[in-house]
Design a protein around this ligand. Structure first.
Ligand code: ARG
Length: 463
């Protein structure tokens, strides 16, 4: 006879219950209760299949079905009492099912193990997150498109090394992020397509001797097919790692954009004004309006990429098949998912609300000799100078403007001709920032015309 405190699920071979420390390190119910809906969906699919294959009688299956619905409604209503002694969501649900329907509950775990159960639940949970990430990315891309369309011909400085390089358009800069988030979107869809296979029915690791129908459960749960190898099915966490990798790259993009918003909203730049709704004040400095949302988005990559590294480390030394180490997968993924969704939503809100300061952008675009390349190109095109020589002449003119304390368009024609006699009045046309951006018509270039084409293409794609 086993001790009355030993576990009701496996108490048969145990003489005593676990030490309190063992219970604390072992239990996952504190976090895996987030997979309750997925756990019950998996159990319902499994029970229906046990009925359809004749493994369990129709009346027991019906009792299980009804009982699971009752348990689900208790969880949704918040009246369900989660027990640490029952370790995880799987045993909490099954135990409650037993209380609700009695003996038939004991048949639910036929031809199943917690190993394939947890793999199934977690896949369903991650799949939902991929869908949420897809929606968040599309919403953010649409907000960027709105900004790009409004400012397709607003000029701003383009930077390399954070030094003024060449004028670009606001729309072009926004569309660069649309391209980045579009790659994230494609990675999300790609990961979803690859992970959408069902581990259910792999049982503990070897499959089962019962005549189960894995295609039926796979279909019921919206999976494309059952996983082909039972050892792989219970020991694979690639889907979680892919989610974390995709999330990491996306968070990196969000962080780069957030960094730009922090810089752009500073008093020194004033390129954008962030809305009050996405800023905070200072408790001591009354003039302050801080871009906290952007800063926090910038920081989120830390925990998201940290989760990716942590799960890689958990998995890297595990022999096949299941090991309890794998229980450490969930908190990392839950935290990364929560923070990715929050960051996407906050960025969407900031982009929707922010206003670009068109005049400040244009002023900045015209400073820092931003049209020096246009001047060099003009010398090549009109005076037929070799580019290297044109570069040299332009450099001399920049130095001249610097000593005079003015910008290139402010130099007198005589000054220009003093450096190269062939320069004519016509050069001033290319020294203006609007002409500069309008001339960059190459495919993928910053010309407003090209930007509008890209905006239209993405509007059509995203609908
Ligand atoms: N709570 C466990 C996990 O998250 C469920 C699977 C437990 N399986 C086992 N054989 N102990 O991984």
């Amino acid at each position: 006879m086993s001790d009355t405190t030993s576990n009701q699920m496996w108490g048969g071979r145990f003489a005593a219950g676990p030490d309190a420390i063992m219970e604390a390190i072992n239990a996952s119910i504190g976090f895996d209760q987030r997979m309750a809906a997925q756990d019950i969906a998996g159990s319902r699919a499994h029970a229906a299949m046990l009925g359809a294959t004749g493994i369990v009688s129709p009346s027991d299956v019906e009792a299980i079905r009804k009982g699971l619905l009752t348990v689900l409604s208790e969880i949704e209503a918040g009246t369900f009492v989660f027990s640490t002694a029952l370790e995880d969501i799987h045993m909490n649900v099954e135990s409650r099912l037993t209380e609700v329907i009695g003996t038939p509950a004991g048949r639910l775990h036929t031809a199943r193990s917690r190993n394939d159960q947890v793999a199934t639940d977690f896949r369903l949970w991650v799949r939902d997150q991929l869908d949420a990430a897809e929606a968040g990315l599309v919403a953010l891309m649409k907000a960027l498109l709105t900004q790009a369309e409004a400012g397709a011909d607003w000029v701003m400085p383009g930077f390399t090394h954070l030094q003024t390089a060449q004028p670009v358009t606001w729309g072009h800069h926004m569309m660069a992020y649309v391209e980045m988030f579009a790659r994230d979107l494609s990675r999300v869809r790609d990961a979803r397509a690859r992970m959408n296979e069902s581990p259910l029915g792999a049982a503990a690791l070897a499959g089962t001797s019962f005549p189960i129908d894995r295609h039926m459960t796979a279909e019921a749960l919206g999976f494309d097919r059952p996983m082909a190898n039972s050892l792989d099915a219970v020991s694979d966490r690639d889907f979680a790692l892919e989610f974390l990798s995709v999330a990491s790259i996306c968070a990196m993009h969000l962080s780069r954009f957030a960094e730009e918003l922090v810089i752009w909203s500073s008093a020194q730049f004033r390129f954008v004004t962030l809305s009050d709704r996405f800023s905070t004040g200072s408790s001591i400095m009354p003039q302050k309006k801080n871009p906290d949302a952007a800063e926090l988005i910038r920081a989120k990559i830390g925990r998201i990429f940290g989760a990716n590294v942590a799960l890689m480390m958990v998995m890297k030394g595990l022999p096949l098949a299941y090991s309890k180490d794998m229980q450490e997968d969930k908190e990392q993924v839950f935290d990364a998912a929560d923070n990715l969704m929050l960051a996407l939503a906050a960025m969407e809100g900031m982009v929707k609300d922010m206003s670009a300061n068109r005049d400040a952008l244009e002023r900045a675009a015209a400073s820092g000799f931003s049209t020096a390349t246009d001047l060099a190109d003009w010398l090549v095109r009109v005076l037929d100078l070799p580019f290297r020589q044109a570069h040299h002449v332009t450099g001399a003119l920049v130095a001249l403007a610097e000593t005079k304390g003015c910008d290139l368009p402010d130099l007198a024609l005589e000054d220009l001709q003093g450096v190269h006699a062939g320069i004519t009045e016509a050069v001033f046309e290319v020294l203006g920032v609007h002409n500069s951006v309008a001339s960059r018509l190459s495919y993928g270039g910053t010309a407003p015309m090209r930007v509008r084409e890209q905006v239209a293409r993405w509007q059509e794609t995203l609908g």
